[in-house]
Design a protein around this ligand. Structure first.
Ligand SMILES: [Fe+2]
Ligand SMILES: [Fe+2]
Length: 287
């Protein structure tokens, strides 16, 4: 494959913005084929403890991207970022349609004030999406395989997953272009990515802890948790994230840059686990 432009160049910028805008899909979540659920399925859906968090995250995403849009100097990038704002706002609407249709327990919460530097807020949000999406790929596959809900519900969630994948691909390309404009070398770019990923990971951990404190897991019946956790293995989860990332990324134009750091770390972790397990198998046990 010959890349027709240099990463971060003006030609690259025009390409990834045009690509993002041209592949935008027009739909209204209210018109989706939302299935009728059985009592048992409805109870399962209602027992998921994170709808409140998902709804808030999507509303917050739309608000951050919309707030940042007018500050983007470059008109091509601004048009693409504006479209991402439209998609994020539509995600919140999709979740709202689901909340109302199935009577889920989630309300609108006030959105916190953003930092004065909206670009930093956008970058923090972008790295957060990269981390959430990568972990979400594995979790989504697991939930789908366990048939926790009817396949038609997963088809609807898949629309959202696809758009989140669009966003992280756009974000990675945007960052490469942005950093090149600022003359940042690849070493400093990687160090910066690591720093932002660490911030995203600590926010995610904070969210998990808050969720545990608030719900104490009591709404999420043990039987349902087991649907996800039966036979759960750390290696299996990392492998699912890695494979699903590869599968989802393979549908994008190969000339677009793609997230590399998390799949790279996952690959390293998988090799490490395999080596460790191999070593254990061949180490004679002391009696
Ligand atoms: Fe979203
Ligand atoms: Fe997104």
């Amino acid at each position: 494959m010959t890349i027709p432009f240099e990463a971060g160049s003006d030609a690259h910028k025009s390409f990834f913005c045009r690509q993002f805008i041209d592949t935008h899909q027009v739909f209204d979540p209210a018109n989706f084929a939302w299935p009728d659920l059985t009592d048992e399925e409805l109870q399962r859906l209602r027992s998921v403890p994170f709808w409140q968090e998902v709804y808030h995250t999507e509303r917050r995403a739309g608000a951050i991207v919309d707030a940042f849009t007018p500050y983007v100097q470059d008109p091509e990038v601004r048009a693409a970022v504006a479209l991402q704002g439209v998609e994020e706002t539509r995600h919140a609407r999709l979740i709202k349609v689901m909340i109302e249709r199935y009577g889920l327990d989630a309300q609108e919460q006030p959105i916190e004030t953003f930092p004065a530097d909206l670009e930093v807020a956008f970058i923090d949000f972008g790295f957060g999406e990269c981390l959430d999406a990568f972990l979400g790929f594995g979790a989504f596959k697991n939930a789908r395989q366990s048939q926790f809900l009817p396949e038609s519900m997963f088809d609807i969630f898949d629309v959202l997953m696809f758009e989140e994948t669009r966003h992280i691909v756009f974000f990675i390309n945007y960052m490469a272009w942005r950093e090149r404009q600022r003359g940042l070398g690849s070493l400093r770019r990687r160090a910066k990515s690591l720093r932002f990923y660490a911030r995203a990971a600590s926010r995610l951990l904070g969210m998990v802890r808050r969720g545990q404190d608030a719900g104490d897991g009591k709404d999420f019946a043990i039987t349902q948790t087991n649907l996800f956790l039966d036979g759960f293995s750390f290696r299996g989860f990392v492998e699912d994230c890695y494979r699903e990332n590869g599968r989802r990324m393979s549908t994008f134009d190969p000339d677009l840059m793609q997230p590399k750091l998390l799949p790279g770390l996952a690959d390293l972790a998988l090799r490490g686990i395999d080596l460790w397990e191999k070593g254990r198998r061949f180490t004679p046990r002391r009696t």
